[in-house]
Design a protein around this ligand. Sequence first.
Ligand code: GUN
Length: 290
Amino acid sequence: MVLLEGKIVAAAVKQDLAQKVAARLQEGGRAPHLAAILVGNNPASEAYVGHKVKACSEVGFESTLVRLPETTTETELLAEVVALNENPLIDGFIVQLPLPDHIDSSKILLAVAPEKDVDGFHPINIGRLALGLPAFVPATPLGILYMLEHYQIPTAGKHVVVIGRSNIVGTPMSLLLSRNAPTGNATVTLCHSRTVNIAQWSRQADIVVVAIGKPHFLTADMVKTGAVVIDVGINQIADASKKSGFRLVGDVDFEAVSPKCSYITPVPGGVGVMTVVALLANTWAAAVSN
Ligand code: GUN
């Protein structure tokens, strides 16, 4: 079993980006600039946005964090989005999800200029992805592609089972792996909450991608020997031995599943790290194309 180490792949992508930024500055250009809007104080969102801002400084990008209170109205948030759309110094930006319940997320995401939508959540970018046209691809599935490429794991002709159909991970992952492109051309089965007997599908998979947010969901009896397992879950579970009182686990029962795998991602240190560098890669692409 080989561990798919996000840290190693992320370091390679970051080094490449840092070199490109340095060369751009040398030529008299400016550094790419990513902005993030964070509404409220959700601790997980605070942590994710903190990682994104830190990663920007590591590769020489500028970043701006727009913090808004939980009580921000939809109209006020829309005004912030429009301001970033119109700011020529911002190459790309994200609105960290989830948003407070009183705000309609789809309305906000629709307001983001597609050419600055480095999260790839705008319907135009999802539509372009579905049509096989150039598009900003959501960061988590893109990060998984980088990982498969880095470890030279073939996907063409393979059976991939994606578990979870979220707009952010499962749906774009299934589109990416099935399209006619390098690191695509797989036969994809998309399982979800209404799938009858998920194990019956996952046991047939050469590659399993699990993104349903349930700790230890994928058990050893659900994978075939030699499978590649990609764990997108980040779940907090109680652990009295930790100072914080909890630890992070994925959607995969790692202890039991890993001995059966050819490759598997750890949690933490797997997909999560890749999500952040994929966002940087999208921001670079936005900066050089806008
Ligand atoms: N919330 C969880 N994942 C993401 C992400 O990739 N982007 C944004 N904007 N919010 C998220």
